[in-house]
Design a protein around this ligand. Sequence first.
Ligand SMILES: C[S@@+](CC[C@H](N)C(=O)[O-])C[C@H]1O[C@@H](n2cnc3c(N)ncnc32)[C@H](O)[C@@H]1O
Length: 284
Amino acid sequence: MATDAMTIKEQVRRRYGGIARSVRESGESSSPPAPASCCSSEGVVNEITFFDNLYATAELTGLPETVTEASLGCGNPHAIAGLQPGESVLDLGSGGGIDCFIAAQQVGPTGQVIGLDMTPDMLALANENRAKMGLQNVEFRQGEIENMPLDDESVDVIISNCVINLSPDKDAVFSEAFRVLKPGGRLAVSDIVTQGDIPEPVRQSLEAWVGCIAGALDEEVYLQKIRDAGFTDVRVESRDVYGTEVLEGQTLGPAAEALLATIDPTIVQGYAAVSAKIVAYKPR
Ligand SMILES: C[S@@+](CC[C@H](N)C(=O)[O-])C[C@H]1O[C@@H](n2cnc3c(N)ncnc32)[C@H](O)[C@@H]1O
């Protein structure tokens, strides 16, 4: 990796902070913000609709536009989390809060939801959204998912949507997730993983990292890191597989763009980006 962890985090904060500001500003004006997703580049309208329609209509009912417009996920962790009334839930990289607000409906007034994010503008947007919805059972905390500001064994369920791929230290993320989960607790994440080899210039592109491509790990490597942290029954519940088209619409930096302009598509035929839903359990 050509860039260090601090540089990656600065760029991730810059990118997602910019999206949060644009959604907040659009909430104060009549013009909608430019469409964004975790796999589109800043200022680029991504015409690819991979990650549309992630949620059931019922899940989105009653959510303000400043929640749905800031939805930057690549899947729906609620489809696999099986949240129950009264449970405590932690959302890693909560962004504008969409998955926290859906979780809050599912765990009800006796449950609790904590959204954790490192980007101040995202936290400001999430807190504005929470105030609009008048929710008492949701709070947002500033912090990094590699060093979570939570007590040991304090939550029943961890969810996350298109965030862990952005971390430069996935071992720390899974180890922290294991620490803060109660025994018997579960991890339910949607994330981007890969099958086959990403072209090296794309791997080296900081822009592709913040666009959720370059930091994505091979699926088997990702699952093994979860097991290494102590989790059991680690399994992929479902996959949506995309080919090199996932790279289109990205600003990748000069080296990767030059490569993609000239590349024989068969060279990267074996490569796929996969939006995977993964569950794992902390033993009792
Ligand atoms: C692609 S967005 C997804 C947001 C949200 N999960 C959703 O589905 O809309 C990634 C979010 O993760 C946050 N994030 C990325 N890396 C992080 C880290 N290492 N620690 C804490 N938050 C992080 C970013 O600030 C951003 O809000």
